[in-house]
Design a protein around this ligand. Structure first.
Ligand code: 13P
Ligand code: SF4
Length: 321
């Protein structure tokens, strides 16, 4: 890591009043220069709490869009506008709208891994760390549409014993974890605690002792006295895990193709220190949203914020555009 690059970034963010928020899947060097590192819910909350006028979000674009939707007066920079997400790509607005219109009486629960347009036609947004609390707050007599991650939806539906109509999307990284190879690994390490993100397929999740968001998995490694963990999520999280528990063995859960580095998210890994420095220097690229779209998307994100802070919310009786 270049020392000059890091000190330039520190100087620029101080001089230009920028707070750097980074996701756990970023490279360790990026996590280390960030003011705050966390899961997608934590990053959305921090966007509202920090006093800085400007935010640089080192993560993927839907995370930066969420911060902008909640804080329109702040400039929200991203290191690379191409840092997308397969769940966003797999839920284009027109198809999601069609699906939504087929079930107008249902409550549409949408994962934060979605575009601003898709958020604008959703009733409430969830992340993997608050999904159970939010779905539980929906009246039991209401039908639920859940998208775009079918695996998170299926896991949630079983956990809460609640039927949901699922959108058929998936995370291209988490679906590659392989159940057969994981089973063989567990047989070799029967003392290991298996932890997995709910974006994994249920064939993988059935072997996990703990299923949860990135922050929940990190908490497990921190608090569980075990000395060995098999981790089924993106590799960036190992950075904080190693810092918190240098004494434990962390084993990556196996993916289908032994030779590939496919448990690296290609979008998260587009960000580099150099791109962060460029964004701080030029104040570009930054998130721009039409105000009418932002306002519509704000309704569903704001419901998430309200429910998670214990406020009562009302639900629309039916959907109309
Ligand atoms: P978390 O909210 O658990 O950090 O997950 C975000 C994500 O993109 C997982 O792939
Ligand atoms: Fe999207 Fe998967 Fe990357 Fe998370 S890990 S940002 S869900 S592609």
């Amino acid at each position: 890591m270049s020392f000059d690059l890091v000190s330039d970034i520190q100087r620029l963010k101080r001089d230009k009043d920028v707070c750097i928020l980074a996701h756990f899947y970023e490279d360790g060097a990026i996590q280390d220069i960030a003011d705050y590192v966390g899961d997608s819910f934590f990053l959305a909350k921090m966007g509202q709490q920090v006093a800085n006028k400007n935010i640089l979000l080192a993560g993927v674009v839907f995370m930066a869009e969420s911060v902008k939707i909640l804080n329109p007066s702040k400039t929200v920079l991203v290191p690379d506008m191409a840092a997308g997400c397969s769940l966003v790509n797999g839920a284009p607005f027109n198809r999601y709208l069609d699906w939504r219109q087929q079930h107008p009486d249902a409550i549409c629960v949408t994962y934060i891994n979605s575009s601003a347009e898709v958020k604008s036609i959703s009733d409430v947004i969830i992340t993997s760390s608050n999904a159970a609390e939010i779905v539980d707050s929906i009246p039991k007599d209401r039908r639920i549409l859940f998208g775009p991650d079918q695996h998170l939806g299926r896991w949630l539906s079983k956990k809460l014993n609640r039927e949901m109509i699922l959108w058929p999307g998936a995370c291209e990284v988490h679906v590659l974890f392989n159940a057969k190879r994981l089973f063989a690994l567990i047989e070799k390490h029967p003392d290991a605690v298996v932890i997995a993100h709910p974006e994994c397929d249920e064939s993988v999740l059935q072997y996990a002792h703990v299923v949860g968001s990135t922050s929940r998995l990190l908490q497990e490694v921190e608090k569980n006295p075990a000395k060995k963990f098999i981790v089924a999520t993106e590799t960036g999280i190992f950075h904080q895990m190693k810092k918190l528990r240098p004494d434990v063995e962390l084993i990556q859960a196996p993916v289908t193709d032994e030779a590939c580095a496919c448990n690296d998210c290609p979008y998260m890994k587009m960000n580099t220190l150099q791109k962060i420095k460029n964004a701080l220097e030029t104040f570009k690229p930054d998130i721009k949203l039409e105000e009418s779209l932002r306002l519509k998307a704000h309704t569903s994100l704001d419901r998430m914020m309200k429910i998670t802070s214990g406020e009562k919310v009302t639900w629309p009786e039916s959907f109309s555009v």
